[in-house]
Design a protein around this ligand. Structure first.
Ligand SMILES: Nc1ncnc2c1ncn2[C@@H]1O[C@H](COP(=O)(O)OP(=O)(O)O)[C@@H](O)[C@H]1O
Ligand SMILES: Nc1ccn([C@@H]2O[C@H](COP(=O)(O)O)[C@@H](O)[C@H]2O)c(=O)n1
Length: 560
């Protein structure tokens, strides 16, 4: 579990009586096509929490940045996160069927906090026409962080002994629609579209059978489903948002297939030709070519066709924008000039609060002083937040034997959840003032290219739904990271009205974002700043709270 500079609050860890770590799998452009014939792409790539270095942890939300050109560091990260690891399932300890918790998962909801359906592209075409290649080119050009590639090959039926013998003689027809388990295919696609986790069979072309293990796949912003008969079933057609047919000359397909099946699928020349002439070719004419009529786009020459791929990518980007996946930018430009919502609870701006803000906002303040005054302010904010919970009258007897009409906090089960890393600075204070509190953590990083928040890690009490949750982040700018954390809590069945977002400083825009999406979430802060700049920094702001508190290097954007 990452702990960023948490040296000074060791006793907080006593409160981590939590359910096991929940984290997995694909980073940027994680791909799963679930077959083992050497398409050469991996599939699910776990990123353990320890692979998220402290230096790349999300800056506090007021300092999130968009860096337009893709840096060498970013390219490296994308590549390394797409490499195969030994056992993806090892890092997946729990996932319920409503939610998706993955390393680097970008928003799966829109500005209204509602879950958004992924955009599903179907790619159909003859064997070796270049479907997978086209899919990979689309993924590369899309450059969005969460794309899933699913192959129809995963759904080949399990063969009986007789069929298996036929397959070994190249006499089983793998190109007929009956060769596929269409029901399973529809079920998997539907679940992925709903953002649910699925177990997908892994197909082995050499043994003509399914592997004993399955591949875990998750919902995504874009799902690409490719295969020879993707357009065959009317039910599947209904699930596709865009239909692409890869139309490659038959001679080229045969040449590629010969090369591939001999080098990668354990076949010989004679066998490939026999299978091709007796089944592959006739089935293309009977079942595959006729489905070209369903295509929105026909791509001649497959992956070489840069113009077609560019057009597809443009369309997908437009659709993603319409679906509201580009969250932070939208949030930053919304709600300007609107009145503050009733759910906002601003600490009275007393000279004491102003004085503390003066210390922590001053760029000349030393780290020691910054920590000291931040801690005081955090304590006040947390106490204020607690005062908003219901209290019930209670009578106690004093040592003098006289009754005292008092008040007692009515809710017993309170959980503090910090948004790492800046929110972690608030954990000690909540433990100091709330005796039996439990602590959870959510790590959200800002993607330096897209500017979107990405979920990397979470650790929450098993029964979090039964708790009042105090969600803590030091500062809130657009509200994008806080929204993601709230969405995670809701996906864990925490009622919206049981969530309180507590922060030292919030931009007005951030308050609006949260209040619009989640009107029942109470928002507590000690100061409201009017603006954020084009880099999404709060103005006037505090600077990068995490860097100042933990003494880490400021980001290059901040220095400039
Ligand atoms: N434009 C191309 N030029 C040369 N070889 C290609 C091209 N496109 C694909 N291939 C090769 O042809 C084979 C089949 O391509 P693939 O994309 O896997 O097709 P499909 O998914 O339709 O079966 C692979 O070995 C791939 O490397
Ligand atoms: N055991 C199997 C299963 C399928 N095939 C052939 O694979 C082709 C589909 O895969 P593509 O990557 O080419 O789309 C299909 O034409 C089947 O004939 C096989 O040979 N053995």
């Amino acid at each position: 579990m990452p702990s960023f500079g948490a040296k000074d609050h060791t006793d907080v860890n006593d409160r981590h009586d939590l359910e096991p770590l929940l984290i997995d799998h694909v980073g940027a452009n994680g791909i799963c096509n679930g077959s083992t014939d050497g398409h050469g792409v991996d599939y699910c790539c776990p990123a353990s929490p320890t692979t998220v270095p402290a230096k790349t942890a999300r800056s506090n939300s007021s300092e999130s940045t968009v860096r337009p050109p893709r840096t060498a560091r970013q390219r490296q990260r994308t590549t390394s996160m797409s490499q195969k690891t030994s056992n993806p399932s090892e890092s997946i300890i729990r996932a319920n069927n409503r939610t998706i918790y993955t390393a680097g998962r970008p928003p799966w909801y829109n500005c209204a906090g509602q879950q958004v359906e992924p955009f599903v592209i179907g790619i159909c075409g003859g064997s070796a026409s270049g479907k997978t290649t086209v899919a990979q080119k689309i993924i590369e050009s899309l450059d969005v962080p969460w794309v899933t590639l699913l192959s129809m090959d995963c759904f080949y039926k399990i063969l009986n002994d007789k069929q298996h013998d036929q397959a070994l003689q190249n006499e089983y027809n793998f190109d007929h629609p009956d060769a596929f388990d269409i029901d399973l295919m529809i079920d998997v696609l539907r679940k992925l579209k709903e953002g649910r986790k699925v177990e997908v069979p892994i197909y082995n072309f050499i043994t003509h059978s399914r592997e004993p293990t399955t591949k875990t796949m998750y919902g995504a912003n874009v799902i690409i489903f490719e295969g020879i008969l993707v357009f065959h079933s009317p039910e599947v057609l209904k699930l596709l948002d865009m239909k692409v047919f890869v139309d490659t000359d038959a001679d080229i397909r045969l040449a590629r297939r010969l090369k591939r099946d001999i080098s990668q699928r354990g076949r010989d020349l004679e066998g490939v030709l026999k299978q091709y002439s007796t089944m592959v070719k006739p089935s293309y004419a009977n079942y595959i070519a006729p489905t070209m009529v369903h295509a929105d786009i026909i791509v001649p020459r497959g992956g070489e066709n840069k113009v077609a791929i560019h057009l597809i990518v443009q369309h997908v980007h437009t659709q993603l924008q319409l679906r509201g996946f580009k969250l932070r930018e939208t949030l930053a430009n919304s709600y300007i000039g609107e009145p503050m919502p009733d759910s906002l609870h601003l600490l009275p701006t007393t000279p004491q609060i102003k004085g503390l803000h003066t210390f922590i906002r001053n760029r000349e303040t030393s780290r020691d002083e910054f920590i000291f005054y931040s801690k005081r302010l955090i304590r006040l904010v947390i106490e204020y937040a607690l005062s908003l919970f219901p209290f019930t009258p209670v009578t106690v007897e004093t040592p003098q034997g006289v009754t005292y009409e008092g008040q007692r906090l009515a809710c017993k089960r309170i959980c503090g959840v910090s948004i790492l890393r800046a929110g972690e600075t608030m954990e000690q204070a909540i433990c100091d003032v709330c005796k039996d509190i439990r602590i959870g953590k959510i790590l959200i990083q800002t993607n330096q290219v897209t500017g979107e928040p990405e979920l990397y890690y979470l650790r929450l009490p098993k029964d979090i739904k039964d708790f009042k949750v105090i969600l803590m982040d030091a500062t809130v700018a657009t509200g994008a990271a806080a929204m993601m954390a709230i969405r995670v809590l809701l996906d864990h069945d925490v009622p919206e009205e049981n969530i309180m977002l507590v922060s030292l400083l919030m931009a007005e825009i951030g308050v609006h974002s949260i209040a619009y999406a989640f009107p029942n979430v109470r928002i507590v802060t000690s100061a409201l700043d009017p603006e954020i700049n084009e880099k999404f920094y709060v103005i006037p702001g505090i600077g990068n709270f995490g860097d100042r508190y933990f003494g880490t290097e400021p980001s290059e954007e901040y220095i400039s």
